[in-house]
Design a protein around this ligand. Structure first.
Ligand SMILES: [Zn+2]
Length: 322
């Protein structure tokens, strides 16, 4: 009954392929380099599933009936183990996804708003953890099976210095992409300028370590998943439908693990932007949201070759009443 009720809540959606590739990026993850190896049958199965909207699933509920508030990363790889603090769990719940988990986006929001005045990335992450705790926003993260210090296994965290450098490098392309998404881009120039100055002033600091960030996250008794295997992401899906996310497991099933997808729940970015800046104006909250989008595109530019097709999933616009 409960399940039936929740399934009925899956809304009607509109899926759009917005670009064949972002067109900028210096990473190794590529769509074009893998299409021959993966073959048309699996690609077709996954693309059909993305387009049908059937990959949309509600975020899980906690025992009190509330949707869970923490999040995870949009990394498409398979999980092997899940930890809640130091306790191993045997089931992976469905959470909203943002690159690096909520704390990474909170860091990006501070940088984009010019609030990270000490130009030190490690302390920017520590400050973000404190801010999330202070505002009562839960968050999660992940490691992977083979990473060792100074890395934790999450590219959005480990490669944060390069990501911020790439945001400065690709600021023109990032601006164009955000404007093409049709979001309110007021204040975007200021956000990009703030990233730029942070990139310059933190460029010489070589002391940053993703493993230190993850150590702090684990100390907060957060849910941290251990991922495994190689990066096989071939698509990026930006989901705007609140309370829902995209089923990455289903994509791996449809393709025998040959295809994974990056998922970013943009509604969760807005949620964090608003709650983290609840004492500020809606203009500031929107700039925080833009900062998260900027960092998200910086992650894509750092991890991928910029040739992964990008889809958006939105609520189907309601027909105008006659
Ligand atoms: Zn990650």
């Amino acid at each position: 009954m409960e399940l039936e009720k929740r399934e009925n809540q899956v809304p009607k959606v509109e899926v759009k392929r917005i670009v064949d590739g972002l067109g900028f990026g210096e990473g190794n993850i590529s769509y074009l380099e893998r299409i021959d190896q993966v073959g048309p049958v699996k690609l077709d199965a996954v693309e059909t599933a993305i387009n049908s909207g059937s990959l949309l699933v509600p975020v899980d509920y906690d025992p009190t009936g509330q949707q869970i508030d923490d999040d995870g990363c949009g990394d498409g790889r398979v999980w092997r183990r899940v930890f809640h603090g130091s306790t191993e769990k045997f089931r992976s719940l469905i959470r909203p996804k943002v690159f690096g988990g909520g704390v990474t986006m909170a860091m990006a929001m501070d940088v984009g708003l010019g609030k990270s005045d000490n130009d030190n990335l490690q302390s920017a992450f520590s400050m973000a953890i404190n801010n999330m705790n202070h505002k009562g926003i839960d968050f999660g993260g992940h490691t992977d099976r083979h990473s060792e210090a100074p890395n934790c296994g999450c590219g959005a965290i480990d490669k944060a210095p390069q990501i911020i450098g790439n945001i400065a490098r690709y600021s023109h392309e990032i601006k164009q992409t955000i404007e093409s998404l049709g979001v309110n881009s007021d204040g975007l120039n200021e956000v990009l300028t703030n990233f730029n100055s942070f990139a310059q002033s933190s460029a010489e600091d070589k002391s940053y370590a993703g493993s230190t960030v993850m150590g702090e996250v684990l100390k907060q008794q957060k849910v941290v998943k251990e991922l495994d295997g190689t990066h096989n992401e071939m698509f990026v899906v930006l989901n705007e439908v609140s309370g829902h996310t995209i089923d990455q497991e289903k994509v791996r099933q449809l393709s025998d693990g040959d295809i994974q997808i990056f998922v970013v729940d943009t509604w969760r970015l807005k949620d964090i932007a608003e709650r983290l800046n609840d004492n500020d104006t809606s203009a500031v909250q929107n700039q925080a949201y833009l900062s998260a989008l900027v960092y998200t595109l910086g992650v894509a530019a750092t991890l991928t070759k910029g040739d992964l097709p990008v889809y958006t999933v939105n609520h189907l616009a309601k027909p105008v009443a006659a």
